[in-house]
Design a protein around this ligand. Sequence first.
Ligand SMILES: Nc1nc2c(c(=O)[nH]1)N[C@H]1C(S)=C(S)[C@@H](COP(=O)(O)O)O[C@H]1N2
Ligand SMILES: [Mo]
Length: 263
Amino acid sequence: MSRTFLANRRRFLTLAGVAASTVPLSGCDAFDGLLSGDSAVRRTLASANSLSYRVQRMLAGDRLAPEFSATEIRQGQRPNGSTDPNGADYLAMKAAAFATYRLPVTGLVEKPLDLGLDEIRAMPARTQITRHDCVEGWSCIAKWTGVPLATILDEARVRPEARYVVVRCYDAMDLGRGGPTPYYESIDLLDARHPQTILAYGCNDETLSVANGAPLRMRVERQLGYKMPKYIKSIELAATLAPYGGGKGGFWEDVGYDWYGGI
Ligand SMILES: Nc1nc2c(c(=O)[nH]1)N[C@H]1C(S)=C(S)[C@@H](COP(=O)(O)O)O[C@H]1N2
Ligand SMILES: [Mo]
């Protein structure tokens, strides 16, 4: 692809995102009242979102996110959102140094899996140095090591009806609207099978810390930070997002964020 083409594409994508950028998305631990309920703003956001999703899928289906050199890592990965889950199930695993952790992979698959951390660590690994961008407006370059999600999907043999990978998490957050709500996220199969989409257990050459999502967190490098679930509890292959949470495909999506957080 030529540089001009890329530049034009960027401009086009920016235009497609204009509606979204006029609304202050104030960050990971706050949300804007305008975005709740069935407001006109929200409907505009939703249609801009599906336009930018379709444009990106058309032009950049297998584009790689930029990777960096080790000298560009300036500090540890800045922890954000949940940083210390306090559910009894999580605390028990943490006390056992996550030796008891299991990852179920279920839903629309031929062969459901139930993987231990040792099995996951024994699979072919990928390491990548990438930049994490949070909607709050900060970025952080870090080195991530993990197993490509594609490897796990191949092992589980995804059924043709499946369209999404849904990830449930161990943590819950309380936005003051009816008690703690579990974090969850979802991506389509194109992002799930993207070579840089990994289930990470290592960060900056160390075992993934609790603050950054131990024992396992997803990296989805072409999307914003909130699309990368930490504290992964289970993975499900699904045909529709309706049965999960508020039905919009993620914890933050249920309060108004875009489902497609492409960058
Ligand atoms: N389970 C879970 N995953 C999560 C979050 C969270 O609160 N809980 N926060 C998200 C947000 S908004 C960001 S920016 C990143 C932060 O990852 P980090 O703590 O490793 O920087 O995790 C994302 N994944
Ligand atoms: Mo974020």
